[in-house]
Design a protein around this ligand. Structure first.
Ligand code: FAD
Length: 562
């Protein structure tokens, strides 16, 4: 290894051995040449996707000893939290994207990029099958395969329509840059069409009825952005139409923003009411046709038809077909997304990692494994264990699952600690009670949300694992901060939540910060501005976004239909 990493030393040895003469020199040199060839061959890491998870992995990876190949149908990274601002021109689409080649150019090692989409993962031959996706006239699609030693799946998710008829054909989504650009054009289309002569009053009202489906953060932010656009800009340009404009937000549950603190939900609902945004909760969309959207109202049980001019569908995410196909291949058929362990390895596939929206850490598996450890220790199958044996089992579990150790250390498993407090020595403990107490871990380690924050942290974590992989192999006992104890080389992924924003329009934002600290209002909007600017991936995009905001303050939004 020392020779392969130091070519001069290697040459010197070959020369001295050769000058020593004879057969020995030849056999030595060839042995070293073989060893060096084996060592020099870089492990190939294929990254699928250039979104939050894939880009964060790429940006943070420092070890030049890998050969990296990135495959994604988008040759750019998009800063999704600002997508709703693109729908009305508050910021321009190009201001929130960074070409992926700009990012890889800055790496100190070679990174290949292919603009294509992966359509099949072949785990047996360690290959991914890809096809180019350029929708231009450059000669159609091209198919190719890419070999990998390690595969990083960061393909994100697709929009979930819940198989509602007509959604794909008639509704807009808000997931990609192109979606936001289409919405921007469509809003202007509606206003221009409604301005034409010979349009009946009823038809005008229909065309200017904007319906948003889904009361999550994206749907709420879009509705708020659209309202601002109408009030601040379009009302001045189309004064005769203002009274006909209606924005409706449909939510199947009882409240909007239900993942936020109750105070934020209440504030948002009251603000929308004050702003004249028509909020309908308990309203489940059953069908979307060309000009009408059908809903089933929970309160009355009635089906209602709502005429609309434009509908935006934002009801959550689903699994991409290629990921679904891969899940079938590896026997994860009954899951919604790919299950990984706490080290982000896909369950059952040692060299494949999955992160971001397309994956989730399988907590149920942890509990099953813990159960199995208990059962193994209970050799006589009595359902009871002596305290000393029990402590051994707990040590084993803690070594395998550091998060259990963390919870025990922080005394977060109250029932567990209470049960143990009063027992000693030869006492026998009821395994079931302890298993039940340990299952508190489950509820405390809820599935991670599908957010950019999680995806970016996972990308950073995985890059650190890859950076340290080689060092750990060469020096298993070395003092590495990142190393975990026991049979795992690294500590498991731990998510750190920094809070969440919900922009509500009118220069007001709600924020739920760690420790359930809630902040709402104009000052929080300034916090939102500064956090998002700091999170943009480059100085170029930062400058562009700040200048877009400045332009909007001075001149208003651009309403040309281009
Ligand atoms: P993505 O960022 O979606 O990236 C997936 C990548 O995979 C893309 O590059 C895609 O082109 C590529 N890909 C797709 N198919 C293939 C294929 N077949 N082969 C190869 N590559 C493929 N989160 C927050 O934390 N805060 C926010 O404020 C916030 N706001 C949001 C606003 C909107 C409008 C949206 C849509 C999302 C928002 N999110 C927010 C969520 C956040 O964007 C996602 O959680 C995040 O993008 C997930 O990252 P990812 O890398 O898993 O997937």
């Amino acid at each position: 290894n020392a020779y392969s990493s130091n070519p001069r030393l290697y040459k010197l040895l070959v020369i001295t051995t050769v000058s020593g003469g004879g057969l020995l020199a030849i056999s030595n040199s060839s042995a070293f040449a073989d060893a060096s060839q084996v060592d020099v061959k870089k492990k190939k890491v294929v990254v699928l996707g250039t979104g939050w998870a894939g880009t964060s992995f790429l940006k943070n990876l420092k070890d030049p000893s890998y050969e990296i190949e990135v495959v994604s149908p988008r040759n750019y990274f998009a800063f999704t939290p600002l997508l709703p601002s693109v729908t009305n021109g508050t910021v321009e689409a190009r201001s929130i994207v960074e070409p992926i080649r700009n990012i890889v150019r800055k790496k100190k090692f070679d990174v290949q990029f292919k603009e294509a989409e992966c359509y099949k993962i072949d785990t047996v031959n360690k290959k991914v099958h890809c096809k180019s996706t350029q929708d231009n006239n450059l000669g159609g699609t091209e198919e190719f395969t890419v070999d990998y030693d390690y595969l990083v799946i960061a393909m994100g998710a697709r929009v979930n329509t819940f198989n509602t008829p007509g959604v794909v054909e008639h509704a807009h989504f808000l997931k990609e840059i192109e979606d936001a650009q289409r919405i921007r054009r469509s809003v202007i289309d509606c206003f221009e069409r409604a301005s034409l002569p010979n349009i009946t009053e009823e038809e005008r009202k229909r065309i200017l009825h904007f319906v948003v489906v889904g009361g999550g953060p994206t749907g709420v932010e879009f509705a708020a952005e659209l309202h601002d656009y109408v009030i601040e800009d379009l009302a001045k340009l189309y004064p005769a139409l203002e009274e006909h404009v209606k924005i409706t937000l449909l939510e199947a549950g009882d409240h909007i923003l239900n993942m936020f603190d109750k105070r934020i939900t209440v504030f948002a609902e009251e603000k929308f009411q004050r702003d004249g945004i028509n909020l309908k909760v308990g309203s489940m969309v059953t069908k979307v046709s060309e000009k009408e959207i059908c809903t089933k109202e929970r309160a009355t049980g009635q089906t209602v038809s709502i005429p609309y001019g434009m509908v935006v569908w934002s009801t959550g995410i689903g699994t991409r077909p290629v990921v679904m196909d891969f899940m079938k291949q590896i026997g994860q058929t009954n899951r919604r997304v790919l299950a990984t362990d706490e080290w982000l390895r896909v369950e059952g596939c040692d060299d494949i990692y999955a992160l971001g929206d397309c994956a989730t850490i399988n907590q149920r598996r942890v509990m099953e494994d813990i159960s199995a450890i208990f059962n193994k220790a209970d050799k006589k199958n009595t359902g009871r264990l002596k305290v000393d044996d029990f402590k051994e089992v707990i040590n084993d579990i803690c070594e395998r699952y550091p998060q259990v150790a963390i919870h025990l250390k922080k005394k977060q498993l109250k029932n567990f600690n209470n049960l143990l407090k009063n027992s000693q020595g030869d006492d026998e403990l009821d395994i079931e009670k302890f298993k039940l107490a340990l299952s508190e871990v489950d509820s405390q380690m809820k599935n991670l949300p599908a957010t950019a924050q999680v995806a970016a942290q996972q990308g950073e974590y995985l890059a650190e694992c890859f950076d340290k992989m080689d060092a750990c192999e060469k020096n298993p006992e070395g003092p590495l901060r990142f190393r975990a104890t026991g049979r795992h080389r690294f500590h498991p992924f731990r998510y750190q939540h920094f809070g969440q924003f919900a922009p509500l329009g009118g220069e007001q934002t709600a924020a739920q910060l760690p420790g359930d600290w809630v902040s709402i209002g104009h000052s929080t909007q300034w916090l939102w501005y500064s956090v998002y600017v700091s999170k943009l991936v480059s100085w170029r995009t930062r400058m562009l976004v700040i200048s877009d905001w400045g332009r909007r303050f001075v001149f208003g939004r651009d309403s040309s239909r281009i």
